[in-house]
Design a protein around this ligand. Structure first.
Ligand code: ZN
Length: 209
């Protein structure tokens, strides 16, 4: 199983970290060991002093695909290649990432470590869901910290599939984290995060004290 992630997919988030708005999708990956098992608590790793939460919409791939923009010149039917959607967290060791970025090094140590990918309960992906802006939120200790709206994505879901499959074959069971909206921030021991997809709770995550 591959976990694909998109970086800087919302203008306001690119700006909050002082990054340029990209002209093509930024893609990075996490190994399957990065996925926190359902129901487990999360522990802040010892190598970071600035662990950021990034709440994101996540797609589940249901069909093998490669070079989808060539195969579907009139647009990519996301619904043919993904069968479920939810909200997750792309945990990021921001201090580690900033150091790696400064040196022009890969981001894996900052984003692909064990348990860095949190996944909510799946909702079946329907054409009805895809026909309107998708809304999601992340709360921390009872306060909403991030509000997401898929219509604000720089690279919409079909473009993400096109960009990923230009380089990588997608397979059933692969996950796609689609980028975080503005509002990322630090994580502390004892924090409780909750993810909501269209107002419905999809996960509750406790950070170990
Ligand atoms: Zn992210």
């Amino acid at each position: 199983m591959s976990i694909f992630c998109i970086g800087r997919n919302y203008v306001a988030h690119a700006h909050e970290l002082g990054n340029e708005v990209p002209t093509s999708a930024i893609i990075f990956m996490k190994p399957d060991a990065a996925l926190l098992a359902a129901g487990e608590n999360f522990s802040i790793p010892s190598f970071t002093n600035d662990l950021h939460f990034e709440g994101e919409l996540v797609l589940r791939v249901c069909k093998k695909g490669k070079n989808l923009s060539e195969a579907h010149p009139n647009g990519i039917p996301v619904i043919d290649y993904c069968d479920a959607i939810t909200v997750g967290i792309d945990f990021t060791a921001r201090d580690v990432q900033n150091e790696l970025k400064e040196k022009g090094l890969p981001w894996e140590k900052a984003k692909a470590f064990d348990n860095a990918a949190i996944l909510g309960e799946w909702h079946p992906l329907t054409s009805e869901i895809l026909s309107a802006p998708i809304h999601y939120t992340l709360s921390k200790n009872g306060s909403t910290v991030q509000t997401g709206d898929s219509s604000l994505m720089i690279f919409p879901l079909d473009k993400i599939l096109a960009d990923i499959t230009e380089y990588f074959t997608i397979h059933p069971g692969d996950l796609i984290y689609t980028g975080t909206p503005a509002g990322v921030g630090p994580t502390a021991k004892g924090d409780v995060f909750k993810g909501f997809f269209e107002g419905q709770s999809v996960f509750s995550l406790k950070v170990n004290p």
